[in-house]
Design a protein around this ligand. Structure first.
Ligand code: FAD
Length: 447
């Protein structure tokens, strides 16, 4: 068979770009279709602009604290359009670089939507049909919106980076990392924030003692955190504001409603069912450990498979796919001990088993903790404590989990995650000399 391409990738996001580039470097003729902007969610409307807003918003506290360090910050003001537009310009720059990388690797880009027409055929929005020996589904995920009356008055993370002006009040619905991150961002920027969730827990996959600390600190800063808030309906009021019903009589009036209730795999109307690709109940593409679907020519990586919805994971999957199919190097991804973070204020970072998970699976669990106030917070007069937890398997002395909340915890955890991944012991941590003065030294000083 003569195909137009060896590989056609649908979606130029984290997974799709990496797969395209690596497949091309192995000598494959590659094309990629992108319906929105090259770079995908992470670069365009996810990790990157989000982290820049975290930096931008944190200056509110930094400026307040600076006074205790001798700086006169009177007169400092904040301008949302400046931050928004500078972030948008950085996103434009990165989008250009991603496009350049694809071009340098001779990957042909079709800037339009693509669907699967047959096991070896892709249909573009302009009607063209393109054949390929392999098709990679890398279409990512899409923000979920609840099926409730008035849901159309809310926005999602897709729109939040483009707000014309900051609202006076915002309700953020959700219990995951995106909800907690935007609660911190908006609050720092002076918005009155109410964070609401249907259930009785935030950040379920994180160590709950650490999460409780975040909820306590968030409330202490002035974020109104509400649990068991069912949100059966949203009503637009005569003055243009929104009334968010709670289901328990505790309704909240707001100017902006942000839904951050999860992300669903983006497979709607993609043509997958028609060609026989198996999807799960959430619409995720079902793949094996090699990212292969049940249709031999069709593969999938990243958020669309709903395994671990993180950029570094999508990148690894895309790379492994390309190495297997075009580089004669079949390998699988090790999903154990993936470090993750919530860029809330303060941030949370964790790797390995939480205390809850360890106690549910092991008989001898030792937990070491350090509850401390960062030196900088002490001088600043900021009564905000950090908490570091180390989970150890008592039978082997191996450190099987590390969970941190405190300034720069994500930066600190990345290096420590290597030790957890490598199976180092509590004794190995104890044998390491502290780097003083730092917050990270708490990791080797736990009693
Ligand atoms: P995506 O990056 O979503 O790429 C999919 C691409 O496919 C998109 O560009 C889309 O437009 C395109 N597409 C979809 N359908 C079609 C079609 N039919 N035809 C053509 N193109 C199509 N992850 C982290 O690791 N760290 C973080 O801090 C982090 N923060 C986040 C913050 C936010 C607000 C959000 C929303 C996500 C965040 N993520 C973070 C998650 C991260 O963005 C995703 O895990 C990652 O982008 C997944 O990569 P992907 O390649 O699977 O999909």
């Amino acid at each position: 068979m003569n195909y137009d391409f060896d590989l056609f990738v649908i979606g130029a996001g984290s997974g799709g770009v990496r797969a395209s580039r690596i497949a091309a470097s192995h000598g494959a003729r590659v094309a990629v279709a992108e319906e929105y902007r090259v770079g995908g969610t992470c670069v365009i409307r996810g990790c990157v602009p989000k982290k820049l807003l975290v930096y931008g918003s944190h200056f509110a506290e930094d400026l307040a604290d600076a006074r205790r360090f001798g700086w006169d910050t009177n007169g400092a003001t904040f301008d949302w359009p400046t931050l928004r537009d500078n972030v948008a310009a950085e996103v434009d720059r990165l989008e250009g670089l991603y496009g350049q990388t694809l071009g340098n690797n001779k990957v042909e880009i079709f800037l339009q939507r693509a669907t699967v027409a047959a096991p070896n055929l892709v249909r573009l929005a302009d009607g063209r049909e393109i054949s390929a020996k392999h098709i990679l589904i890398a279409t990512g995920a899409w923000p979920a919106v609840p099926a409730i009356p008035g849901a159309e008055y809310g926005i999602t993370s897709n729109e939040v980076f483009h707000l014309e002006k900051l609202p006076k009040r915002a309700v953020i619905a959700g219990a995951g990392y995106i909800a907690n991150e935007f609660a911190g961002i908006f609050h720092e920027l002076g918005v009155e924030v109410t964070l609401v969730t249907r259930g009785d827990k935030m950040l379920r996959s994180y160590d709950q003692e650490i999460v409780e600390k975040l909820v306590g600190i968030s409330r202490g800063k002035g974020i109104d955190v509400r649990f068991d808030f069912k949100c059966p309906a949203v009503r637009k009021q005569a003055d243009g504001s929104l009334l968010i019903e709670s289901g328990n009589g505790d309704d909240v009036e707001t100017d902006l409603l942000l839904f951050a209730i999860g992300r669903v795999p983006k497979t709607k109307d993609l043509g997958l069912e028609a060609v026989g690709v198996a999807l799960d109940g959430d619409g995720a593409v079902i793949v094996d450990a090699h990212n292969a679907t049940n249709v031999p020519s069709i593969h999938a990586v990243g958020d669309v498979t709903n395994r671990v919805q993180l950029t570094p994971v999508a990148i690894r999957e895309g790379h492994a796919f390309a190495d297997r199919v075009f580089g004669n190097n079949p390998r699988t991804i090790d999903y154990s001990a993936i470090p993750t973070a919530v860029f809330s204020n303060p941030p949370i970072a964790g790797v390995g088993l939480t205390e809850e998970e360890a106690r549910a699976t092991l008989s001898d669990v030792k937990v070491y903790k350090s509850d401390f106030r960062a030196m900088k917070n002490v001088l600043a007069g900021r009564n905000e404590r950090a908490l570091y937890k180390m989970i150890v398997d008592g039978a082997t002395d191996k450190v099987i989990g590390l969970h941190l909340i405190g300034p720069d915890s994500a930066e600190i955890l990345q290096a420590a995650a290597i030790a957890v991944k490598a199976g180092l012991t509590k004794q190995d941590f104890d044998d390491t000399v502290a780097l003083h003065p730092s917050m990270a030294e708490e990791l080797v000083l736990m009693k």
